[in-house]
Design a protein around this ligand. Structure first.
Ligand code: PMP
Length: 298
């Protein structure tokens, strides 16, 4: 529980922590000063889109691709681009300096806007809101210690809506089971439907069999991950065969490697899925390790 003191020094578990600087509709301010109406449609309908952008040493990683996906999410949801979005790069750089952490990741959230009377429809003059937070980006633990045990995964039926290609803030389908007290804690959930694997609840998935890499194809069933795209480019560069195809659930038990990708996780290996423990690869190169080594050196 965070308690605020008069001097903006919140106390978390007895330690004084720095408050985060955030951006809200034109202003950079301390997180506790940020105010937005509860009539904002992101609150009443989950009616918004977002982007997660990593920044290393105040250098945005794959910024143009994240920006393009954000514009694509806006277009698909018919949400207007806020006028300050053109300054996004400058705003993120300023937030990076203010928040001090060496590496950070930004949540860039756009809501359709504030509407006085709750209605499914919105009037054409509703003004979109732009809200940005920054968090410390922890170093991917597998960069220093590639032999660390991999992630633990739970398999689940994909109960989300049928437009998972849109990066919407309405994420209850992704987070629901993480709040079920009867379920054990895992690192990630793999979502499947009709016997096919779609993606992780917050990552894309890659499989390796006989030195060939497989990942589900782009469709409305998965998010077009920026890291997924980047990793596919790396694989092509290394002339490692990559196939984007539907992956049956059983394939899990017949692979040499499974890994996930995301902007904050980069590339991380999997070692257990439900009760199944992945065998450790004894011969040949481990592809995810090769890619992670190259990740920041291209
Ligand atoms: N799928 C889902 C459902 C996600 O939430 C994420 C992370 N935002 C990803 C895939 C990976 O996307 P990216 O590489 O762009 O972070």
């Amino acid at each position: 529980m965070v308690k605020y003191k008069a001097s903006y020094s919140p106390v978390l578990d007895g330690r004084i922590i720095d408050l985060m600087w955030v951006y809200l509709n034109g202003d950079i301010l301390k997180s506790e000063e940020a105010r937005i109406s509860p009539l904002d449609r992101s609150f009443t309908f989950g009616d918004g889109v977002y982007e997660v952008i990593p920044s290393y040493d105040n250098n945005l990683f794959l910024f143009e691709k994240h920006l393009a996906r954000l514009y694509s999410s806006l277009e698909k949801t018919f949400i207007k681009a806020p006028s300050d979005l053109i300054d996004l790069k400058k705003i993120l750089s300023e937030l990076h300096i203010k928040n001090k952490h060496k590496n950070q990741f930004f949540y860039v959230q756009i809501s359709r806007g504030i509407q006085e009377f709750r209605s499914h429809e919105s009037s054409s003059d509703v003004t979109p809101s732009l809200f940005i937070t920054s968090q410390k980006l922890k170093k991917n633990p597998y960069r220093n210690n590639p032999n660390k045990a991999g992630l633990k995964i739970r398999l689940e039926e994909d109960v989300r809506w049928q437009r998972c290609d849109i990066k919407t803030t309405a994420l209850i389908g992704n987070i629901l089971s993480m709040h079920d007290p009867s379920l054990a804690k895992v690192d990630e959930i793999f979502l499947h439907k009709n016997g096919m694997i779609n993606e992780g609840s917050r990552s894309n998935i890659f499989f390796v069999k006989d030195n060939k890499v497989f990942t589900p194809p782009l469709s409305q069933k998965i998010l077009p991950g920026i890291t997924r795209d980047f990793v596919i480019d790396l694989l092509r560069r290394y002339k490692i065969e990559i196939s984007e195809e539907e992956i049956p659930l059983d394939f899990i038990y017949d692979t040499d490697e499974i890994w996930v990708t995301s902007s904050t996780k980069e590339i991380q290996p999997v070692s257990q899925i439900d009760d199944y423990v992945m065998p450790v690869k004894k011969t040949g190169k481990v592809i995810w390790k090769q890619l992670l080594e190259a990740y920041h050196h291209i």
